[in-house]
Design a protein around this ligand. Structure first.
Ligand code: MTE
Ligand code: HPA
Ligand code: MOS
Length: 781
């Protein structure tokens, strides 16, 4: 009934321009424009700031510095190492040091020009290798291990070592960071913030203003995309707006311009991996040692949790008996890097995929076979390097299905044939799997709350702690509520997320939005249904005194409340509600859920951090023009496991969208900084997110059928983040095409992203090696 492919609840509103985002909220003419003034220096002492001329400008209502903050000058979500406004030092270009509230954008900009700041420049650390050299570690290294990697490396038939660099990625949500604050009575403040984490936004606003959380209401109806970029960093814009609102006692809105947003906000963490892998003649991996080095940027933010997830995904889908993962995050003078779809998982997995790709080339085997050989087993070899069993392993069934539906073998031959006949165009083909752990690795965050009201007309209003960012959470929650109440969808409305209705929520993140909030909503509904069942049972028993019934017999189906034993006894849902109300029954309930059976010893790096695993697989084929480095994505086949889908249409959208976002990270999206730490590409004309040209010409997406998930709401599975990693198929198909130039005997130089420039350089490198008549070189093999 309600569990099927209904359109996203905002689809029509989006395409007809009726969706209300923060910037669309109607305000009176007291509204002021807020502007954030940020550092143009990557690392410097602040000698002086003169705001007098800015303040004197007519139409300016406030110019604030760190010293004007009534509460704590602090934004750090975990570690308090991030000032709201820089005080005596700036640590990156883009760091805020002053705020302006003015009657118009023009006046605010003019005021900004009149602010004079004097710096004493310090030497910045701008890249990861320098940070490693200087040892700017945020925290002590973290270790996860199983077996004895050193010993196993000594006895392995083949040993190979290497490095992989993965790049930054800009979130490129369509709606930039935006917040509107409206003052209430006395200390009260209403905050409309485009945030993934309203409860934390509330906490940070309370902290900078020096007031209690009970004075702060944060509301978000929807975001125009977030992708992790609004998990912590939406708090910044909210805090800045709140400070201006507090100072002027007027409504204030800050909406960052695209370029400012790109310059000021953190990205996906760039990583450098160094590894040593031992394997046998078949390609079975016997030992792996991998060091993960993360560029954290200028503050801690979520870097340590992201590093942890990168370490937890260093295995991807493969059983490695002896494994040692060491993780380190370093401070640099770029904006603090932050959550981005996959939360470190993609980085950790990219290294593993690159390793297995190299092993296959070295052994002259098709990589698909080496991958399958190393898959986690069903009954044995099924425990990860951190001690969690890989239950309900879908790797083999999905592999077999995708091999067949993609006609992998046939196409491998066709690709070889094509490459043997074409000198300048080369094709590449690759298969890659995804295994991704679902749950916050910070265990206590795995909780959700909800508040459900049934009104006397039989309509239902649902509040939950999650936030809608385009992923379809509110659509799924509406479907879940309707299905649990056994009523039609039109009866249920999901309200904007509001911290005064549902308190102390976790971020909508870790792909767990539906899992946590869906269960919490179900819990609330179960309470109300229990009360209604009692009422219905007593009505039915009064109607038929010779056949009394009890609340256990009452079911909710097709908009009816029904006695399961005597099915002719039924009442319309909307008829039962007024009777319940007249009988003084509470028609509201709150719900709560915490994920059971998870727990994890961070210090030991051992336990069961995840509720379950999500699986996916992809086969991609590309065409590379070896003269220009241009490539075309010819065909991609995706197969993804979402358990019993609550909404297949939305899930396919997430799978395809995740893959395409991953293709961006893996190919065209490259951020460049100059020697002073200035970002060179902070707008869409120079920063290349995927366009329609990057969508595979032949794009086939399927959801795995017939495998319900016992561990989540209505046997569904999280979908959000894991599909991003399906893009490794495209990344490695490009490498496969490059590799064909050297007849797959020369290991191409490769990185992530594989930009046109890198592709061309890699091709030239192979041609150079061929010219020098070198044999395949595997220095450590
Ligand atoms: N899909 C859209 N359209 N927009 C987004 O911002 N964010 C992704 C993913 N899918 C995002 C998205 C990220 S990073 C996460 S963690 C999840 O959605 C969060 O939502 P969920 O847990 O409800 O799936
Ligand atoms: N994923 C996303 N966000 C998080 C996590 C996680 O595992 N842990 C803390 N914040
Ligand atoms: Mo998603 S990176 O967990 O917000």
């Amino acid at each position: 009934m309600s569990i099927h492919s209904i359109p996203h609840e905002s689809a029509i509103k989006h395409v007809s321009g009726q969706s209300v985002y923060v910037d669309d909220i109607q305000m009176n003419n007291l509204l002021l424009t807020g502007r954030v003034v940020y550092s143009k220096n990557a690392h410097a002492l602040i000698k002086s700031i003169d705001i007098s001329a800015a303040k004197a400008l007519s139409g300016v209502h406030a110019v604030l510095l760190a010293s004007d903050i009534p509460g704590h000058n602090q934004l750090g979500p975990v570690v308090h190492d991030e000032p709201c406004l820089a005080e005596d030092k700036v640590l990156c270009i883009g760091q805020a040091f002053a705020l302006i509230a003015a009657e118009s954008e023009e006046i605010a900009r003019e005021a900004e020009k009149r602010i004079v700041i004097e710096y004493e420049p310090l030497e910045p650390i701008l890249d990861l290798r320098t940070a490693i050299e200087k040892g700017t570690m945020l925290d002590k290294p973290r270790i996860m291990q199983r077996g004895d990697a050193d010993a196993a490396l000594k006895t392995a038939p083949h040993v190979m070592s290497g490095e992989l660099e993965t790049g930054a990625q800009e979130h490129w949500y369509l709606e930039t960071h935006t917040c509107l604050c409206v003052p209430g009575e006395q200390k009260e403040i209403n905050v409309f913030s485009s945030t993934q984490h309203p409860s934390e936004t509330q906490a940070i606003v309370a902290e900078v203003l020096g007031i209690g959380k009970h004075e702060v209401v944060v509301e978000i109806r929807r975001m125009g995309g977030a992708f992790g970029g609004k998990e912590t960093q939406a708090n910044h814009t909210a805090a800045w707006t709140a400070l201006l609102c507090h100072a002027t006692k007027r409504p204030v809105k800050i909406r960052l311009f695209r370029d400012d947003d790109q310059i000021m906000s953190g990205k996906r963490h760039p990583y450098l991996f160094k590894y040593e892998v031992g394997f046998d003649a078949e390609g079975k991996i016997l030992a792996l040692k991998v060091e993960q080095h993360a560029n954290a940027g200028c503050a801690t933010d979520l870097s340590m949790a992201i590093l942890e997830r990168a370490m937890l995904h260093a295995d991807n889908s493969y059983y490695i008996p002896n494994m040692l993962v060491k993780g380190m995050a370093y401070r640099t003078n770029v904006p603090s890097n932050t959550a981005f779809r996959g939360f470190g998982g993609p980085q950790g997995m990219a290294a593993m995929e690159s390793i297995i790709d190299r092993i296959s080339r070295f052994l002259k085997k098709d990589a698909i076979d080496v991958r399958k050989l190393n898959f986690y087993g069903i009954d044995k070899n099924n425990v990860t390097h951190y001690g969690q069993e890989v239950e309900n392993n879908r790797l083999f069934v999905m592999h077999d299905q995708l091999m067949e539906s993609s006609e992998y073998r046939k196409r491998r031959e066709a690709v070889n044939e094509f490459n043997s006949k074409n000198e300048f165009y080369k094709k590449g083909l690759a298969f890659t799997p995804v295994k991704f752990g679902i749950a916050f690795t910070t265990t206590f965050l795995n909780q959700g709350s909800a508040l459900v009201h049934v009104y006397t007309d039989g309509t239902i209003l649902v509040y939950h702690g999650g936030s809608e960012m385009g992923q379809g959470l509110n659509t799924k929650i509406q479907q879940i509520a309707a299905a649990e109440f056994g009523v039609s969808l039109h009866r249920v409305k999901v309200s904007p997320t509001n911290t005064s209705k549902v308190a102390n929520s976790s971020a909508t993140a870790a792909s767990a939005g539906t899992d946590l909030n869906g269960m919490a909503v179900k819990n609330a509904i179960d309470k109300i249904k229990g009360r209604l069942a009692e009422i219905a049972a007593s009505i039915f028993s009064k109607q038929f005194p010779d056949k009394p019934t009890s609340k256990e017999n009452i079911i909710f189906e097709n908009d009816f409340v029904i006695d399961r034993v005597y099915q002719e006894r039924r009442m319309n849902f909307e008829e039962v509600i007024p009777v319940a109300y007249m009988s003084q029954v509470n028609l509201s309930a709150n719900g709560f859920y915490k994920t059971p059976n998870i727990g994890w010893d961070k210090a030991k790096g051992w336990g069961r951090p995840f509720n379950y695993y999500s699986f996916g697989m992809a086969v991609s084929e590309v065409l590379v023009d070896t003269l220009t480095g241009y490539y075309k994505n010819l065909r991609t086949d995706l197969l993804h496991d979402v358990g019993e889908s609550i909404n297949p249409g939305i899930d396919i959208g997430q799978v395809e969208g995740g893959y395409v976002q991953g293709v961006g990270w893996c190919t065209t999206e490259e951020i460049k900084w100059d020697a002073s730490g200035k970002m060179l590409n902070h707008s869409p004309d120079t920063y290349k997110i995927p366009s329609v040209q990057d969508i595979p010409a032949d794009f086939r997406t399927h959801l795995l059928q017939g495998y319900p998930n016992p561990y989540a709401i209505r046997k569904s599975k999280a979908v959000a983040e894991p599909p991003l990693m399906l893009a490794f198929s495209t990344w490695l198909a490009i490498k496969d095409a490059i590799s064909s130039i050297g007849n797959h005997a020369i290991e191409p130089m490769f990185k992530l992203p594989a930009t046109h420039e890198l592709i061309l350089l890699s091709i030239e490198d192979i041609k150079e090696k061929i010219k020098k008549n070198q044999q395949a070189i595997f220095p450590n093999a």
